[in-house]
Design a protein around this ligand. Structure first.
Ligand SMILES: [Fe+2]
Length: 142
């Protein structure tokens, strides 16, 4: 690298560094994932008319040391044309616990069940993914 190229590169890097905090701050302030990257009952975004058929429903059944989490999405399974791809169970910190993938050739309804060790009061989150209408999130307390 010759001296002239080094100086040009350094100046470009300095200029970029000077602009980056401003851009990052603006992006953070304007971006919100809920209602744009994933959808909820409160923020169904562009799929507001589709919320009823895409929000996952969560039923909690506590018995002994275990908690059963049953998830259903009231959505059709019309072959590979339009179906629920999977349910994903996340813990209170949105960390992956488990998932159930659906095959519309075999699964007539998008229902999944997960068994957890009892953690009363902890929250779980569920994602339901439609192949046409994106990703939906619902939450429940154990
Ligand atoms: Fe859908």
């Amino acid at each position: 690298m010759n001296r002239r190229h080094f100086i040009q590169t350094s100046l470009a890097g300095a200029a970029f560094s000077a602009l980056t905090p401003t851009l990052a701050k603006a992006d953070t302030a304007e971006l919100t994932a809920e209602g744009s990257v994933y959808y909820t009952q409160a923020k169904p975004g562009r799929w507001a008319a589709k919320a009823a058929g895409h929000l996952p429903r969560i039923e909690i059944d506590k018995s002994g040391d275990e908690i059963k989490v049953k998830v259903s999405t009231p959505h059709e399974m019309r072959g590979y044309e339009h179906y629920i791809v999977k349910h994903v169970l996340l813990n209170a910190r949105y960390e992956f616990i488990d998932e159930k993938r659906f095959d519309p050739a075999r699964d007539s309804v998008p229902v999944s069940e997960f068994t957890l060790k009892a953690s009363p009061g902890e929250r779980v989150h569920v994602l339901s993914l439609c192949n046409l209408h994106d990703l939906w999130l619902a939450s429940a307390e154990l």
